[in-house]
Design a protein around this ligand. Sequence first.
Ligand code: UAG
Ligand code: ATP
Length: 492
Amino acid sequence: MSLDSTEISHLLAAAVPQLTGPVQAVTNDSRAVAPGTAYVAIKGFTSDGADYAQQAVGAGAVLVVAEHDIPGVPTAVVPDARIALAALAAELAGHPSRDLTVYGITGTNGKTTTSYVLHSILTAAYGERATGLLTTAEIVVGTHREAAVRTTGEAPVVQGNLARMRDSGVTHVVLETSSHGIHLHRVDGTRYAAALFTNLTRDHLDLHGDMESYYRVKRTLFEWTSGPKLANGDDEYGARLARDIPGTLLFGTSAQADYRIEDQRVDGLHTVFRLSRPGGAHLTLTTPLLGDYNVHNVAGAAAIALETGMDDSTLVRAIREMKQVPGRFERISAAVDLGFEVIVDYAHTDVGLREVLQVARGVADAAGGRLICVYGAAGDRDKAKRPLMGEVASQLADVGIVTTDDAYTESPAQIAQQVLDGADAARTTIELDRRTAIDAALRLARPGDVVVVAGKGHERVQHLPTGDVDFHDATVVRELLVPIAQDAAHLT
Ligand SMILES: CC(=O)N[C@H]1[C@@H](OP(=O)(O)OP(=O)(O)OC[C@H]2O[C@@H](n3ccc(=O)[nH]c3=O)[C@H](O)[C@@H]2O)O[C@H](CO)[C@@H](O)[C@@H]1O[C@H](C)C(=O)N[C@@H](C)C(=O)N[C@H](CCC(=O)O)C(=O)O
Ligand SMILES: Nc1ncnc2c1ncn2[C@@H]1O[C@H](COP(=O)(O)OP(=O)(O)OP(=O)(O)O)[C@@H](O)[C@H]1O
């Protein structure tokens, strides 16, 4: 979105009389205020940032911005504090997106995977040092990688990361853009060179209310983007985007798709398909990612790369050689020696769970094995999906173990019961301790079986009513496999 300069000038005009020193940084968190910082008080979902303004001033804030006067604190009053936060953040960072080629990836499912595929393609073309990635799983700045806290952080985080990338020589950035990010103005002030939409299914309705509002928020990204725009034509909202926003191209399997997926087949642990391009030419792509949904993720990333000038041979090579995506159908190699597969996957909606279990079912069937699924639903989030997740797991897996995901402030037992309400109770058990649940699944597994540990993917912390605990599914699986392997070695 191009910055609303009127908004900035109003903000700065209102702010000048209140300034107590030069503004060097901006934050919406009083706990992060240092001398020289502007503090923007946001009305949150649980409290009003204005309540922390005094604390911010005490920590050295040189400017307080809010939507109303705060008694005892000189305040610059603005109509919308979130817009002001974004405007200040972009201004102070020197509008980094203007010096970068930013690719925005949005949609309910597949954003992170698509972002990784595109990042791999850009890295193959421009080199590791020239590429950046901001996703749910990781922040990658050239050769430096770090864990991410959220998909799309608040505006100072987004602009700060983009500035960091620009300053370290990055030129091409993939920016996973959540609907929270768009709706809550976290990405205002970011210039997008290209945008991609994966799909839209039920999620985050606690924030958006209904699907129509959710769709309109996602569509905003396409309204901001002047360059190439790609949408999944096999999704009804993707097809609608192409009707609503002129210039949007479609990828998918339908005859209307500009980038058409054809002749898809599985070849061992790879998927091969043809991508036909506008004008009739086509490419044959081989990817280590499995499943129909990943064919869409790869096709979308390939299409946006081609639309922004990528050459064919670099693209084909990058897609063939890309590494695993953390926590997305991540195969734990230690299990392979025991004759079974363990897959860690971030699926945390009924739709995501269905997709991953369908692929895993295929792998299990091919090996004549069973499918065992450890899963759960998050607390303080859309409750309607809980029984739907139970239903999906029972339809596709032979054994279901319902466990605790991020319960936040809710009772894990109550959430598990709501999941169980939709499941086949005869093939489903509840084990609330996540480590014990994973252990039980691994101990059940026999050669040919596939164990899917769903829900937390790359995440390293579990949020429980009793507090946060360190928990990383892939690490826990590896730890639990050690004694199982020792027992197996003992028996042979
Ligand atoms: C629902 C939601 O988005 N919540 C976010 C929101 O929390 P909140 O509104 O409850 O904040 P609050 O506690 O009321 O505080 C209000 C303001 O006071 C400030 N404050 C608060 C305490 C204090 O001591 N000092 C202070 O200044 C806060 O920084 C905030 O600006 O503002 C906080 C500060 O930025 C965020 O940390 C918090 O994200 C939470 C952790 C979260 O889980 N967010 C998720 C839902 C999210 O944003 N997800 C999306 C989508 C992911 C996807 O696609 O699946 C994402 O982009 O990550
Ligand atoms: N294109 C897709 N369509 C449907 N489901 C998908 C798709 N791609 C991935 N999934 C499923 O959704 C899960 C999350 O995938 P991914 O992290 O790529 O999506 P995301 O949009 O980034 O999710 P989030 O916004 O929650 O971070 C995967 O583990 C997989 O189970």
